[in-house]
Design a protein. Structure first.
Lengths: 115, 113
């Protein structure tokens, strides 16, 4: 079945550091890929998405590129802030249009940004 | 818009008791999902509805779990009888159409002692 693997952390960085959170996936066909963010005590929020190969999703300074050849969707940010501290989840949807049938999530990466 | 509303935020119950978790999706959304989050297993899809009809409940762990959606604005997830291994955070999410970007509620943290 479909699966998502991401570094679990915690990942601890200093403010203004460069961030990379790795995510790789296993799926048949052409899935859509997502990054969600969960702040303490809150539900998950969609951060960015990509629905086909070579698409780049971006939001709030974060970026991720859908790499079909390496089955990856790594999350990057050039300069992190303390407010970026949260848990980040990589996820896939089996339908290329980003359809329902539920999302398959990675286990989440806890990011801690120190001032 | 108030977003997806879940209640209660926290629930502590004794083993063997019945637990009911509630969810109010965003008005107009036609898909509703129930997820469970644990440290060991991460986020797992339990069941989802489309237009109040259960579409896929293959993620429901066992017969102790049941979910209903009597109308477009309300869903429940019931566990009877509850067990300590059911302790987790349960999230409800809704979306308009099957597209991506579900809106999640803040979750219900369930502790079964």
């Amino acid at each position: 079945g479909d699966s998502v693997t991401q570094m679990e952390g915690p990942v601890t960085l200093s403010e203004e550091a460069f961030l990379t959170i790795n995510c790789t996936y296993t799926a048949t066909g052409y899935p859509s890929l997502f990054w969600y963010v969960q702040y303490p005590g809150e539900g998950l929020q969609l951060l960015l998405k990509a629905t086909k190969a070579d698409d780049k999703g971006s939001n709030k300074g974060f970026e991720a590129t859908y790499r079909k050849e390496t089955t990856s969707f790594h999350l990057e940010k050039g300069s992190v802030q303390v407010s970026d501290s949260a848990v980040y989840f990589c996820a896939l949807s089996p339908l290329s249009g980003g359809g329902a049938d539920g999302l398959t999530f990675g286990k989440g990466t806890h990011l801690i940004i120190q001032p | 818009d108030a977003g997806v509303i879940q209640s209660p935020r926290h629930e502590v119950t004794e083993m063997g008791q019945e637990v009911t978790l509630r969810c109010k999706p965003i008005s107009g959304h036609d898909y509703l999902f129930w997820y469970r989050q644990t440290m060991m297993r991460g986020l797992e899809l339990l069941i989802y509805f489309n237009n109040n009809v259960p579409i896929d409940d293959s993620g429901m762990p066992e017969d102790r779990f049941s979910a209903k959606m009597p109308n477009a604005s309300f869903s429940t997830l019931k566990i009877q009888p509850s067990e300590p291994r059911d302790s987790a955070v349960y999230f409800c999410a809704s979306s308009l159409g099957p597209g991506p970007g579900y809106t999640f509620g803040s979750g219900t943290r369930l502790t079964v002692v």
